[in-house]
Design a protein. Structure first.
Length: 203
């Protein structure tokens, strides 16, 4: 399978509807989602604990649905951005997306960038749902920690919450947000740029 075989499958569905009137596509979307919600609401609670396939490996069905929440909210934002109709921000969808991005930053720093032990990377995320995310390297592994150590962090990356999740979800190029000053890098600039270039983890 190609690195983004799921994306290629999805593109075929998009292409099949490309020439349809927008209202027809919207009507199909509303009908499909309503039927799907009905199925999920009728599903017995214990079935959500059943292990099965997901893009992240074999997980309980409820975790698979959490991934679908992330996808659905992100794609809604894609559509809103493309048609110039912002909205849907600062609710449960964005909270879930930001939480997933936060949890993944230890992997980004530790596995993809792999700086020396003692390195601390701080993500200063601003906005209504902003947060400070601190990743520290120790014994060759990265972990999220509650606060920076006494020593000055190696790098601090400051950005708003939208840029943070868009980088994590691969919706924007790091070079673009740097060129437009949407991300500030303080400290070790080279390491900061490597982190930014490694943040995209969603398909």
């Amino acid at each position: 399978m190609s690195p983004n075989s799921l994306g290629e499958i999805n593109e075929a569905w998009v292409e099949a509807r490309r020439l349809l009137p927008g209202n027809d596509v919207l009507a199909e979307f509303v009908d499909t989602t309503q039927r799907r919600l009905g199925v999920l609401r009728a599903k017995p609670g214990d079935e959500f604990d059943t292990l099965g396939w997901s893009p992240a490996g074999e997980v309980p069905y409820r975790e698979f649905m959490q991934l679908r929440l992330l996808d659905s909210w992100a794609h809604e934002q894609d559509v809103r951005r493309s048609i110039g109709r912002p909205g849907g921000r600062n609710g449960v969808g964005e909270a879930a997306v930001l939480d997933r991005c936060e949890k993944t930053m230890a992997f980004v720093v530790g596995e993809r960038v792999a700086p020396p032990d003692g390195t601390t990377v701080v993500f200063g995320v601003t906005g209504v749902m902003g947060r400070q995310i601190v990743v520290s390297m120790d014994a060759g592994r990265a972990a999220l920690v509650a606060s920076p150590p006494a020593a000055t962090p190696a790098v601090v990356l400051t950005m708003d919450q939208e840029i943070f999740w868009r980088l994590g979800f691969g919706r924007v190029e790091p070079t673009r947000v740097l060129a437009s000053s949407q991300v500030r890098v303080d400290g070790d600039v080279a390491t900061g740029h490597r982190v930014l270039e490694s943040m995209a983890f969603m398909i």
